[in-house]
Design a protein around this ligand. Structure first.
Ligand SMILES: [Zn+2]
Length: 151
């Protein structure tokens, strides 16, 4: 039995451990399309949330998992559509503010009170996984060593 991925989770009421797996459709992540990222099929998300008994920024709740998605971007050379596969590992520390230091291998996710905004965090991870200057392989300059776009 699979429940839909929650929009948010109240950490004050969350169990010590929970596994969340599911598909997230583009309609539930409108910021993707706003950024020019079109989900070609629902993102496959698998997250494992661990909430320590005495949670604090020094002992934050942690999320590990994986996000797999296929998106369509606009090639910045020929302006045609291009597919881009995303397979992003997740390692989040859920902290009270973005000034908190987290482990070097983890990304801080700022809580909204006790709320972990799951869909927002997944949306941000997908946006980070998209190249800032997407180009088809065949549209990229053949010899990057010249480092010149001049014709
Ligand atoms: Zn192109």
């Amino acid at each position: 039995m699979q429940r839909p991925m929650p929009v948010w989770i109240d950490l004050a009421r969350a169990p010590a451990r929970q596994q969340m797996e599911g598909l997230i459709t583009a309609e539930r992540m409108p910021r993707l399309l706003d950024a020019g990222v079109e989900l070609l099929r629902p993102a496959e998300v698998s997250l494992h949330l661990v909430v320590p008994e005495f949670r604090s920024d020094a002992r934050p709740a942690e999320v590990t998992g994986r996000i797999v998605a296929l998106v369509s971007l606009q090639c910045q050379r020929c302006m045609e559509a291009m597919d881009h596969a995303i397979d992003a590992p997740v390692h989040w520390h859920l902290v009270a503010s973005d000034s908190v230091d987290v482990d070097a291998d983890a990304d801080p996710i700022v809580l909204d009170g006790d709320r972990f905004q799951v869909l927002d965090a997944v949306t941000d991870e997908l946006l980070l996984a998209v190249p800032s200057y997407p180009r088809h392989a065949e549209c990229a300059p053949p010899d990057t060593q010249t480092g010149s776009d001049d014709n």
